[in-house]
Design a protein around this ligand. Structure first.
Ligand SMILES: C[S@@+](CC[C@H](N)C(=O)[O-])C[C@H]1O[C@@H](n2cnc3c(N)ncnc32)[C@H](O)[C@@H]1O
Length: 309
């Protein structure tokens, strides 16, 4: 039997009302095929075994300071594809977005009918997130912006806002600057390393800082960037990342997500650090939302939204 990721399920994922989701991205949702099957027990067991074997094996890359060259080379492939396709924005979607036929949704494994399910879900999610939160602000800074495809959506939704795409990979900066010049977006690329933040970066009042699946790469080494945020005092901070603290160790799929997260050295301790800052009245956390959707291994899109007091 097939189910559908509809406005009601999306509202549960985003922690809001169906009406809100409908208003923000009803047409976009209708344009996609979000049908899926929940896996039968025999297929479930097979996937489970694959996940455990992968976690126990040696093929997963471990994030951290040594991975800069991998990102430079990965985004260089996207840059070549972008130029060779005569600047087709679809070439900006990272290859890993097409990798898995099976996905996690509400702590179950599902098999979507459309192989672009993840890309489509991410489109809806980003439209919902940006439309809900960006309106009052003048400048948006995306840190760890990769191919720049999040910035394209921001530029299309808010052409008047000033956008900055920051990343440590030169090929990412080239991509962002090429997108900006071809599509005449109010967008600039700039090199930035989370491990060694550039304090010369100017941040006007009324700016937003956003990270989307990029602080994940920091493991426990997030303090230099957190100090940088506190010093620069953006008006709002949005982090959409996998947060290990949100899983429930007593749930099998969550337990495996925790093991995967640890094996890849993904972000660890950041939510706790924010909660400590909140207790000492330095910041206010406006929203924490576990987004129960992800790939076969984990949930990559959970949210914390906060501001400096
Ligand atoms: C999984 S990709 C996500 C890219 C993009 N935000 C997205 O939503 O597709 C992680 C990004 O973080 C960047 N990154 C990793 N470590 C970084 C660091 N130390 N400083 C700046 N960027 C970093 C990588 O170059 C890459 O672009």
């Amino acid at each position: 039997m097939t189910s559908i990721l509809d406005t009601s399920e999306l509202a549960k994922l985003f922690g809001t009302s169906e009406k809100d989701v409908e208003q923000m991205c009803g047409d976009l949702i209708k344009s996609y095929n979000f049908r899926y099957m929940v896996l039968e027990p025999s297929e479930f067991e097979k996937i489970l075994l694959d996940v455990i074997r992968t976690i126990d094996g040696e093929t997963l890359s471990v994030s951290g300071k040594k991975r800069e060259s991998d990102w430079i080379s990965g985004w260089n492939d996207n840059l070549t594809a972008f130029v060779e396709s005569n600047y087709d924005l679809r070439t900006l979607v990272p290859q890993y977005m097409y990798k898995f036929g099976v996905r996690r949704l509400f702590s179950r494994y599902i098999r979507p009918l459309d192989k672009h399910f993840e890309v489509h879900f991410y489109n809806v999610y980003r439209h919902y997130l940006f439309k809900t939160w960006f309106k009052p602000y003048d400048c948006i800074y995306e840190f760890g912006c990769g191919t720049g495809y999040n910035l394209v959506i921001m530029a299309q939704l808010f052409p008047e806002k000033r956008l900055l795409g920051l990343d440590w990979a030169e090929s990412s900066i080239k991509l962002v600057d090429t997108i900006a010049s071809i599509y005449k977006f109010n967008l600039t690329g700039r090199k930035f390393d989370y491990f060694d933040p550039d304090y010369d970066l100017e941040v006007p009042d009324n700016s937003v800082f956003i990270t989307l699946n990029s602080m994940e790469q920091l493991g426990g080494d997030f303090q230099p960037f957190l100090d940088f945020i506190l010093e620069k005092r953006p008006a709002l901070v949005i982090n959409s990342e996998p947060f290990i603290e949100l899983y429930d160790e007593s749930n099998l799929l969550d337990y495996l997500a925790i093991r995967y997260h640890q094996k890849r050295n993904y972000l660890n301790g950041y939510l706790g650090a924010l909660k400590t800052l909140e207790k000492s009245n330095k910041i206010e956390i406006l929203k924490i939302q576990r987004i129960l959707c992800g790939n076969i291994f984990h949930e990559g899109y959970s949210l914390v939204i906060w501001k400096i007091l």
